[in-house]
Design a binder for this molecule. Structure first.
Ligand SMILES: Nc1ncnc2c1ncn2[C@@H]1O[C@H](COP(=O)(O)OP(=O)(O)O)[C@@H](O)[C@H]1O
Ligand SMILES: [Mg+2]
Length: 358
């Protein structure tokens, strides 16, 4: 089934080399499942793949067993030339880049541990000596203040150099939660969110961190898309649990970043196995390994598995993320953080030098 599809796709010429897409190595994965053809396409950093995607879609739809086509772009890993003429990014240009790497941590739905993963990835990077910042863009349930022990931070100070971020264990933090009361649900509309996020990003005195992690709101609605379109995100990490349902949601999250041409840096499986605090025995409560298989099928990196542990949950409430310290779970976060940066390095494209003048 997939062979037939590959054959069809190989009849489409790669704009850069003129070879067929398969022969040119542009296809990172091709699968047909339940009438859905999934094609992972390598895209050059400055390439505009729209025409190519249309050709791919028509070619796939021509197969009798294909009802729907999903194309996932990953950034071309070769050091070669971009495959097509340069095109400006869809995201609005920021006045200056808030960090060397801006990485979004997203999930298709709430409760999969997105914030836990975001906070601990940041902590792992901090522990390794990188300068790290976190922007909590989760307007529906900002949990970064609790995770970093900043529940008492109310409001943000503005100085001559900009909005002053909070500092927790050396990590610079700005959260939507600093501006809202926990017991007051916030109703934000897309443009408001976009405005607030843009202001946080551009007006905060981040101090040139190596990595800025954005804890994205869960889901894939307008607000999420608005943020992904507003911010020049270098790449996205998708957190999911092993259940099929969460994976379905993770696929939606990937498709959302797809719309904004944001490379997927990888998938991370949270609550992978339950580690019994008494005997250390692992139990696969939600199943196990689904995310790795999914990542392989999608041709995106698998960043690792984080076990479900009581300690991790307790530490989440303690105000100091576990990954700052030693231990097996901290190591798992450290490995995932390194894999994420490695993936981002590959995804990195030379940024234009912007000189700020008054
Ligand atoms: N691997 C894990 N082990 C134990 N508890 C976890 C783990 N990941 C998340 N949790 C807990 O699950 C709850 C939801 O996690 P959170 O990070 O707030 O999810 P999200 O941001 O996706 O809504 C929190 O109470 C958190 O402490
Ligand atoms: Mg959260």
């Amino acid at each position: 089934m997939s062979d037939e599809l590959i054959e069809k796709l190989d009849r489409i010429p790669d704009p850069a080399s003129g070879k067929g897409l398969h022969a040119a190595g542009r296809l990172d994965g091709v699968a047909i499942r339940n009438g859905v053809a999934t094609i992972v396409l390598k895209v050059g950093a400055d390439e505009s793949p729209e025409a190519l995607k249309q050709s791919i879609e028509s070619a796939a739809m021509a197969l009798p067993d294909v009802e729907r086509v999903r194309i996932i772009s990953t950034l071309q890993r070769s050091q070669g030339e971009p495959a097509a003429p340069a095109r400006p990014r869809q995201a609005a240009p920021a006045a200056k880049k808030p960090a060397k790497q801006v990485i979004a941590v997203a999930a298709g739905k709430g409760g999969v541990g997105k914030s836990t993963v975001a906070a601990n990835l940041a902590a792992a990077l901090g522990k390794s000596g990188r300068r790290v910042a976190v922007l909590d863009a989760d307007i529906y349930g900002p949990s970064i203040p609790r995770l970093f022990g900043l529940l008492d931070t109310k409001g943000l100070r503005k100085t001559d150099t900009g909005i002053e971020p909070a500092d927790a264990h050396g990590v610079k933090i700005v959260s939507m939660g600093f501006l809202t009361k926990p017991d007051q649900p916030v109703v934000w509309r897309g443009p408001m969110i976009q405005g607030a996020i843009q202001q946080f990003l551009n007006d905060t005195d981040w101090g040139d961190p190596d990595v800025l992690i954005i804890d994205m709101p869960p889901g894939t609605g307008d607000a999420q898309l608005a943020i992904a379109q507003t911010v020049a995100i270098d790449g996205a990490v998708i957190a999911c649990t092993p259940q099929d349902l969460a994976l379905d949601d993770a696929r939606k999250a990937m498709a959302m970043f797809e719309k904004t041409h944001t490379p997927i840096l990888g998938l991370i499986e949270n609550m992978s196995v339950f580690l019994c605090p008494h005997c250390g025995e692992p139990s696969e409560i939600f199943g196990h390994g689904g995310t790795r298989a999914e990542a392989e099928a999608m041709g995106v990196p698998f960043l690792g598995e984080i076990p479900l542990t009581i300690e991790l949950r307790e530490r989440s409430d303690s105000g100091r993320p576990l990954a700052f310290d030693e231990g097996a779970v901290a190591d798992a976060f450290a490995r995932a953080a390194e894999a994420m940066l490695e993936s981002a390095g590959e995804a990195r494209k030379p940024a234009p030098e912007i000189v700020l003048t008054d």
